[in-house]
Design a protein around this ligand. Structure first.
Ligand code: AGP
Length: 609
């Protein structure tokens, strides 16, 4: 996600900003920029590409004098990576420079409102709206202008602001995206996280939602959204830089597992307005949808496992035949595609070679293509007919977690959107499922709350040589992903089987002490899965049973261990069951001393065939 740094003090701002931004590079970005105020006014220098490009332009900051400034590394969400879409974004009259982390959900309405009043926009970003609104509402008091803006803006934001009319101050505002103030003698800072300013101070103040900070060289003042003064205590950071980059977590993977509720919120919330699913970015019209006779879902690895869940969701909601395929097989089996085929391509990186090749094959045969991608402006995103982004923020750990969860959320959004257009669901069903989707972020938080239980269970079995995951229907689809997570970071051999398939061969693998994790969250098949648990236990297996609360009692009677997840509509259950199983894989790998964020032999994005 984006990185923000701000400075006011006695030193030259540009070198401090560039150094702070370099500490935020790990967050992933595609462009960078700074705004510095000096006696000749406000100067903004920004460019697409790595921070090194900006450092070169600024000669590491030497070429831009001034002791007040803000800086930004951009992880694109709205508007592809480019110089003009980089931050800081500047208002029409040059009064305000703004850096932003988050998503302004109603930016189009606000932009149209200002354009009708003659405001000229230059970028495709949502952030520019903030800079333009500040100038539009400014009547000599920056705080009052900020209040006007925050009362109208919907979405998530961490904002750093400087004003040419008020050069002795740096302003900071936050809602849903983290932002901190760093305090030091004669100089003060703002930053997205502590790593950017640890070299200068360990005294920080965390802004809470809708709080505003006003920094001068002497100190910082804090206000609530009504501009009432706030007293806010400082805290001393004990972390070292390495720990701070991971937000205090030991590994990026755990940080990203725990970010899933927030990532789900950012992916779902902008796409449900007044209980109705709105996919602004989708060019697929009702006529296009009605023309579709077949849907393929094509991807690799974890993204393919999202397709395995999507098959159940689409067939249940759309009553339409769905084929899923691993991308590396897709084009070599001469698929039969035409202009009535919709090919959904799923990719976190948007650069996976096999998946890109599958996309190109689909387009070559005239199929309609829709990509679900996390990296804005990536090759797959640019080449597909339509793209829907998962706003998970950059996923640093090789093992995919929050991308999987947000890809699932986008699948549910598409399936419900298409079901509404095709009329395959009643209004009541649509309302029920849409409400369930809106609740997913908070239920994910609940599903992640039992970390200690999972950690203890992992401590009992991290030396296992084999582990088997079994499930039926959507639980089988989730088993595929759970098994891959365990394999790729703990190096323990693992397989996923449908519960009903055990008796056709795999059950011969079960012996005394074999660990089997049975996913039984699909209530209507609980009895079948209970029978499968008895089958493997009769041959000596130790079984962890995953189920929803309503089956907790019965599960106690069949499995050795059980873990409950919140109940959601069946096709959404993998969004719940995968969470404890991501934690399980993490703890097993951690107890084995594996390199969790960078497992052996693996790359984050496989850009070769
Ligand atoms: C999953 O944990 C792995 N990192 C891998 O399977 C990954 O999902 C696969 O390589 C596809 O990557 P993509 O989503 O970026 O296309």
């Amino acid at each position: 996600m984006c990185g923000i740094v701000g400075y006011i003090g006695g030193e030259q701002a540009a070198p401090v900003l560039l150094e702070g931004l370099s500490k935020l590079e790990y967050r992933g970005y595609d462009s960078a920029g700074v705004a510095v105020y000096n006696e000749s006014g406000m100067h903004v220098v920004k460019s697409k590409g790595r921070l090194a490009v900006l450092e070169g332009i600024l000669d590491k900051g030497e070429k831009l004098p001034g002791t007040v400034g803000i800086g930004h590394t951009r992880w694109a969400t709205h508007g592809a990576p480019s110089d003009v879409n980089s931050h800081p974004q500047v208002s029409d009259g040059g009064l305000f420079a703004v850096v932003h982390n988050g998503i302004i959900e109603n930016y189009m309405q606000l932009k149209e409102h200002l354009m009708r009043r003659g405001v000229e926009f230059v970028s495709d970003t949502d952030t520019e709206v903030v800079a333009q609104m500040l100038e539009h509402y400014y009547r000599g008091d920056v705080l009052a202008a900020i209040r006007q803006v925050t009362q109208r803006v919907e979405g998530s934001y961490a904002l750093g602001i400087i004003c040419a009319d008020c050069p002795e101050k740096v302003f900071a505002v936050r809602k849903d995206s983290p932002l901190i103030v760093g305090l030091s003698e004669g100089q003060n800072f703002i930053a997205s996280d502590v790593t950017a300013i640890l070299a200068h101070t360990r005294e920080i103040v965390r802004l809470r939602d809708r709080e505003i900070a006003v920094l001068t060289r002497e100190g910082a003042e804090f206000y609530d959204e009504e501009l009432e003064p706030l007293e806010k205590p400082a805290e001393t950071i004990e972390w070292d830089v390495a720990a701070a980059e991971k937000g205090g977590y030991e590994h990026f993977m755990m940080k990203e597992i725990c970010e899933q509720p927030e990532a789900l919120l950012k992916t779902i919330s902008p796409r449900i307005k007044d209980g109705r699913i709105v996919l602004d970015d989708l060019k697929l019209t009702r006529a296009d949808i009605e023309k579709i006779s077949r849907v393929y879902i094509v991807a690799c690895g974890t993204s393919y496992h999202v397709g395995a869940v999507a098959k159940y969701a689409f067939e249940k909601l759309l009553r339409m035949p769905i084929e899923t395929d691993v991308a590396s097989e897709f084009r070599y089996r001469d698929p039969i595609l035409d202009d009535k085929t919709l090919v959904i391509i799923i990719s976190q990186s948007g650069e996976t070679a096999d998946t890109l090749a599958a996309l190109r094959e689909a387009r070559r045969q005239g199929a309609r293509t829709l990509a679900i991608v996390n990296v804005v402006g990536s090759t797959i995103a640019n080449e597909a007919d339509d793209v829907l982004y998962t706003w998970a923020g950059p996923e640093i750990a090789v093992a995919s977690t929050k991308a999987y969860s947000t890809q699932l959320a986008v699948i549910y959004l598409i399936a419900l959107y298409m079901a509404r257009e095709l009329g395959t669901l009643t209004e009541q069903e649509l309302e029920e499922y849409t409400k369930a989707l809106e609740k997913l972020p908070e239920l994910a938080e609940a599903a992640l709350s039992g970390r200690e239980t999972i950690q203890y269970f992992a401590s009992q079995y991290f030396n296992a040589k084999d582990m088997y995951f079994i499930g039926r229907n959507v639980d089988y689809a989730a088993s595929l992903e759970a098994s891959l997570k365990l394999k790729e970071i703990s190096y323990i051999h693992s397989e996923a089987y449908t519960g009903g398939e055990l008796k056709h061969g795999p059950i011969s693998l079960i012996e005394e002490g074999t660990l089997v994790i049975a996913l039984c969250t699909c209530g209507r098949l609980f009895g079948k899965m209970a029978a499968n648990i008895r089958e493997v236990k009769a041959r000596g297996a130790v079984v962890l049973g995953l189920c929803t609360e309503e089956f907790a009692g019965e599960m106690k009677g069949v499995a050795d261990w059980q873990f409950c997840v919140p109940k959601v509509p069946d096709f959404m259950l993998p969004s719940m069951s995968i969470l404890p199983l991501q934690l399980f894989a993490y703890y097993v790998a951690s107890m084995k001393g594996c390199d969790i964020d960078k497992p052996r032999n693996l790359a984050k994005s496989v850009t070769v065939e």
